[in-house]
Design a protein. Structure first.
Length: 140
C-alpha cells in the first residue's frame, strides 16, 4: 500500500448548514476532489481516461462523521487505493483537521467502466498502471 496522498482544503462558509457545520454532502465533494487530485498526480487525467475509453465509477461509499468542521477550518483529505483481485478496488480516505483530529472517514468501492461496453473492465489495476506516469502514487 502506498503512503496516503493528501490535498489541503479550506472549508468555505457557503458549504456549511444552518448549524454552521460543513454540510454532509460536501464531504463527498472533498473526497472526490482528492481522488481526482491523486489521479492527476499519478499522471492520469480525465482526458487520458476518455482517450482510453474508460472512466472511474463509484459503486459504494460509506462516510463516518467523527467531528464537526466549520467555515475557515483547514483540512487535509488523504487518499489511498487498495487493490485486490477482480473488477473493483477500494479507496480509503480521511478528512483531518490541522490539529490531527479526524473529522470523517470515507471508504469507497470503485471500478473502471469500459465506456463502449458499459461494463467494468476485468483488471482496473493494469489499466491504471499502463496509463500512469507514476503508478506508485496509486499503490501500483
Amino acid at each position: 500500500m502506498a503512503e496516503p496522498f493528501s490535498v489541503r482544503i479550506e472549508v468555505r462558509g457557503y458549504e456549511t448548514d444552518s448549524q454552521g457545520h460543513l454540510n454532509q454532502a460536501v464531504y463527498l465533494q472533498y473526497a472526490e476532489h482528492a481522488r481526482w487530485s491523486i489521479l492527476r498526480h499519478a499522471g492520469v487525467g480525465q482526458s487520458t481516461l476518455l482517450e482510453r475509453g474508460v472512466g472511474p465509477v463509484a459503486l459504494e461509499t460509506n462516510i463516518s462523521y467523527r467531528r464537526e468542521l466549520r467555515a475557515g477550518d483547514q483540512v487535509d483529505v488523504d487518499c489511498v487505493f487498495e487493490w485486490g483481485e477482480g473488477k473493483t478496488f477500494r479507496i480509503r480516505q480521511t478528512v483531518r483537521k490541522d490539529d490531527g483530529t479526524v473529522s470523517a472517514e470515507v471508504t469507497s468501492v470503485g471500478g473502471l467502466l469500459d465506456l463502449s461496453e458499459r461494463k467494468l473492465v476485468k483488471d482496473p489495476r493494469e489499466v491504471f498502471k499502463a496509463l500512469a506516469t507514476d503508478p506508485g502514487v496509486l499503490g501500483l
